[in-house]
Design a protein around this ligand. Structure first.
Ligand SMILES: *Cc1c(COP(=O)(O)O)cnc(C)c1O
Length: 412
């Protein structure tokens, strides 16, 4: 954020606060997504942690109660077929598909993101199985689990990990690259990486691109098919509001499905699982990415949660997300005395995800106090305050209040 030479006087700050609050009210009044907020169970707190755990859609508890009481309690085993439990991983994958720009039949839901990173990275190396391609490039600033799992995948496939800053990815690519695992949005800084450009560069080098969409799916358009992504993974409990630990997903582009060789070929990915044969024969399509019995309670909570997206275009969500993060940065700049926080979030829209990360001295105490005062973000140790903006249920007045309370906490 631009440096300011002096902090505003009290009188000026009060006047600014009034005008920013007025602007917020006008922006909320014009917001075409404002109506979505009532679909969620929220209280008066400003919830800016939907990039860690999305809020509960209000209709989900009744749906989960039906799954437990009727489908499990009364129908019992019949629900696997009559209730379509069996096909839930593919069905829910097809519901997520339009949000990430994928045609149906390429996404399967199940397992954690960590497990899907493993399937995708090993799968990518096996799809590009040339012994001269010894390297797996991994986003050096990645969420740790992706790096840990990719390292293990490299050891198992006889490759080596090459950590690279996504900004330097293009120059690191070459004839020894087998695959690159990159985050679409960096979990710490909120930086958005150039998925179309980097995917094209990876292909130019003869390698495969694996994208982690944890911090972009549900916040901005991804365009998996349009940009020729090979494989992708993502979680559903952040911007997709699936609930704590809800199952993740795996995207395998249709052109790779017939050759995709899963490192976890469990029985539910078999072409004929109920034949119970000793020999493995992979199913066609996205089903090949399945492993074992789907976690139905979580999965059907997720399926219900995804209904909040009915009729909502991801482009509209992106436009509001950028307006919210712009407005938050503006309010922080106006309210917070100069030098107290430094934004790690790129100013350019093309490089910004849906969160604002502020470096701040004494960040743990600041976040604790903020949370106690009803502004809930989170902390990335040692000194980063993270504020996630979820356009379906965060508004502009919330945003102004968050910045105002932050300034009060820092002044206090
Ligand atoms: C949230 C997140 C994960 C979470 O992985 P789990 O297996 O669900 O614990 C992984 N990678 C990234 C980039 C994330 O943001």
């Amino acid at each position: 954020m631009p440096a300011r030479t002096s902090s505003p006087s009290c009188g000026r700050r009060a006047a600014m606060s009034e005008s920013l609050a007025q602007r917020a009210a006008a922006l909320d009044a014009a917001d075409e997504l404002a109506g979505a907020r009532k679909l969620f169970a929220l209280d008066e707190a400003v919830y800016l942690d939907g990039n860690s755990l999305g809020a509960l859609p209000a209709h989900v508890p009744d749906r989960v109660a039906d799954v437990v009481n009727r489908q499990w309690g009364q129908l019992r085993i019949r629900s696997w077929t009559e209730g379509d439990w069996w096909s839930a991983p593919e069905r829910i994958g097809d519901r997520i598909a339009p949000l990430v720009g994928a045609a149906p039949g390429q996404i399967v839901v199940g397992d954690s993101t960590s497990v899907n990173v493993f399937k995708a990275v090993v799968g990518a190396v096996r799809l590009n199985d040339d012994p001269a391609r010894t390297d797996i490039l991994v986003d050096a600033t990645t969420f740790p689990t992706d790096g840990y799992i990719a390292s293990s995948a490299a050891r198992m496939t006889g490759r080596r990990i090459v950590p690279v800053d996504p900004a330097d990815l293009t120059s690191a690519l070459g004839p020894t690259t087998a695959a690159a695992l990159v985050n679409h949005v960096d979990y710490r800084s909120g930086r958005l990486h150039d998925l179309p450009g980097l995917t094209a560069a990876v292909h130019e080098a003869g390698a495969l691109a694996v994208w982690d969409l944890c911090h972009s799916a549900g916040a901005l358009p991804v365009g998996l098919d349009a940009h020729g992504v090979d494989l992708a993974v993502g979680c559903t409990y952040k911007y997709l509001n699936g609930g704590p630990g809800s199952p993740a997903y795996l995207y395998v582009a249709e052109r790779h499905q017939a050759s995709f060789d899963s490192p976890l070929p469990g029985w539910t990915s078999h072409a004929d699982p109920f034949a119970m044969t000793p020999g493995y024969e992979a199913a066609d399509g996205s089903t090949r990415g399945r492993v074992g019995t789907p976690d139905i309670l979580s999965m059907l909570a997720l399926e219900a949660a995804l209904e909040v997206w009915d009729g909502i275009a991801i482009e509209t969500v992106r436009a509001k997300s950028l307006a919210l993060t712009d407005f938050f940065l503006e309010c922080v700049d106006a309210y917070v005395p100069a030098g107290r926080v430094t934004s790690l979030t790129p100013a350019e829209h093309a490089s910004r995800g849906s969160q604002v990360a502020l470096r701040c001295e004494d960040a743990p105490r600041v976040m604790e106090t903020l949370t106690a005062r009803g502004v809930v973000g989170d902390l990335r140790r040692p000194d980063v305050l993270r504020f996630g903006f979820t356009p379906l249920y965060v508004g502009f007045a919330d945003t102004e209040r968050a910045a105002r309370v932050l300034a009060e906490v820092l002044a206090g």
